[in-house]
Design a protein around this ligand. Structure first.
Ligand code: IPM
Ligand code: MG
Length: 380
């Protein structure tokens, strides 16, 4: 019996290994990069998601419509609503992203996506993980800034492999043990490292922290660190520093030490965890946007989840849309609408700053998301 389970698991592992080697080879091949400046028409897909997702996405959409009014009028930008990426539909179809929804997503150039519910356990993969893989959105870029404390951090989280790529495909010997897999490829690491160092160079940053646990995860994180250092050789003006994830989580709450960090590059799961911590330092996960960048497509979203508790407690309208609006700002920058993005950033600074006339708190003692968006648009 046990022997059978081991044989089955070994067979499963062989299959996974074969698939992952094929994925690595594909990454090494040719790539096409979307040049937004050369497109006659840019299609922005809008996906509401679950829980508070549709509520906050609607507010971000209003802001986009306001800033892009001329381009929309001229047919240069199209906002396209994509339905069906809900937990109900996904469960009914038994698919992380139903085929028709995925086709609609791929028909767009960029996407603004509300949070989708991710189930614990089971085999239904997270819609986020599926989308990041299907669209090959390898760079998860998460900025966190707190100007009054000199904090200006940008996290480059590897977004398509690591602990996530086989997270729903572990093996198990019933009642005995379970195995998950973490995968780090040369090509996958090189492209995220390049993205981080390129960003640092273009933005005059002098320091990139390579954050791993290479003292323990010797193969995968060891490779990640080694390849990041190799890429760093092409950027002699930038210091590349090795840090372990545990001490880095401590450094981020150390007010004396944290402001010297600028750019971080890290494997998927550490990036997931530490960016929630960083967002909390900025004022909460509701204040943080997230860009998922690939060569062909890009998807912009809130850093946080769908907050089912807020819906259960009837507080959905009080959810903070700032995260989605910041995601919209990153989207604008990505498609080359830099002026519109700068206008939005300036208005956000006023409307979330110390002089702001209203505040979203997540409950009825604060403003609703719709009130906040209206206030923001007055300040554009
Ligand atoms: C994030 C989220 C997702 C992740 C979940 C919803 C799958 O926490 O974008 O950080 O773990 O990547
Ligand atoms: Mg997360």
């Amino acid at each position: 019996m046990e022997k059978n389970s081991i044989e089955t698991a070994v067979e499963q592992f062989r299959q996974l290994l074969t698939e992952q080697v094929a994925r690595a080879r594909r990454m090494e091949g040719e790539k096409t990069v979307t040049d937004f400046a050369s497109l006659d028409r840019i299609v922005i897909g809008l996906i509401g998601g679950d829980g508070i997702g549709p509520i906050i996405t609607k507010e971000a959409e209003k802001v986009l419509r306001c800033l892009l009014a001329d381009d929309i009028e001229a047919g240069k930008v199209v906002l396209r609503t994509i339905d069906g990426l809900t937990i109900e539909n996904r469960m009914a179809q038994g698919k992380a992203i139903p085929d028709d929804v995925l086709a609609a997503i791929k028909s767009c150039d960029v996407l603004l996506k509300g949070p989708t519910t991710t189930l614990k356990g089971g085999t239904l993969e997270s819609a986020n993980v599926t989308m990041r893989r299907e669209l090959d959105l390898y760079a998860n870029v998460r900025p966190v800034s707190l100007p009054e404390q000199g904090i200006d951090w940008t996290f480059f989280r590897e977004n398509t492999e690591g602990e996530y790529v086989l997270g729903s495909r572990g093996v198990e010997i019933p009642d005995t043990l379970a195995f998950d897999f973490k995968v780090t490829t040369d090509a996958g690491t090189e492209r995220i490292a390049r993205a981080a160092f390129e960003y640092a160079r273009k933005n005059g940053k002098k320091n990139v922290a390579i954050v791993t646990k290479a003292n323990i995860m010797k193969k995968t994180d060891g490779k990640f660190s080694e390849i990041c250092h190799k890429v760093a050789e092409n950027y002699p003006e930038i210091t590349a520093e090795d840090w372990y994830i545990d001490i880095m989580t401590a450094k981020l709450v150390n007010e004396k030490a944290r402001s010297r960090f600028e750019v971080f590059v890290l494997p998927n799961l550490y990036g997931d965890i530490i960016t929630d911590e960083a967002a909390q330092i900025q004022g909460g996960v509701g204040t943080a946007g997230s860009a998922n960048i690939g060569d062909r497509w890009a998807m912009f979203e809130a850093i946080h989840g769908s907050a089912p508790r807020m819906i259960e407690e009837g507080r959905g309208d009080y959810a903070d849309p700032t995260s989605m609006i910041k995601a919209a700002e990153m989207l604008l920058r990505h498609i080359g609408k830099v002026k519109a993005a700068d206008r939005l950033a300036a208005a956000l600074a006023v409307c979330t700053g110390p002089e702001a006339k209203l505040r979203v708190t997540g409950s009825p003692d604060g403003a609703t998301g719709a009130e906040f968006a209206a206030y923001l648009m007055e300040n554009l």
